[in-house]
Design a protein. Structure first.
Length: 160
């Protein structure tokens, strides 16, 4: 018989990609951390603290007043902003229906380090319904800014 020389069986080579080198594992962990940081930054940007949003809205009101908005419209916009801020802290059930002295008392209680003057409280609760209220709007805006800055640190986050 004729004997042929046969080659030995060839096994496939081991995979070059598995198991990955430690550098690839490190890269995977870094990419996951980067993804989590990006998600957190997006969430933080969309859910901003209430004082920051209130100050931004107050600046919009201030610019509108400087551009010639009427005194009544400015005072009403400030009162709406303060009411929305109170509703964010205390909830709609407790705060939405309060008016007059009860509403101004809530304003004073929320930021005890800053208290509105009696003139500002009267302006926000009653005098804003007059045809031509006699007031210093810049003083009112400054008082509102100070009030917002002195809100408690237990600040609700609001979605934008």
């Amino acid at each position: 018989m004729n004997e042929l020389e046969l080659r030995d069986i060839h096994l496939p080579q081991t995979s070059l990609w598995w198991p990955p080198a430690p550098g690839w594992w490190l890269l995977l962990v870094l990419l996951l951390l980067l993804g989590l940081v990006v998600i957190w930054l997006i969430w933080r940007r969309r859910h901003q603290p209430l004082p920051k949003l209130s100050l931004r809205e107050l600046e919009t009101i201030r610019r509108a007043h400087a551009d010639g908005q009427s005194v009544n419209a400015t005072i009403n916009a400030v009162a709406r902003l303060l009411r929305r801020t109170l509703i964010s802290f205390y909830g709609r059930e407790k705060q939405a229906a309060t008016t007059g002295a009860a509403w101004t008392e809530q304003l004073q209680r929320l930021a005890p380090r800053h208290r509105f003057s009696e003139r500002h409280l009267r302006l926000l609760s009653y005098d804003r319904y007059q045809a031509n209220p006699d007031c210093d709007v810049d003083s009112l805006l400054q008082a509102c800014e100070s009030w917002i800055r002195n809100l408690p640190r237990r600040v609700p986050r609001v979605s934008v």
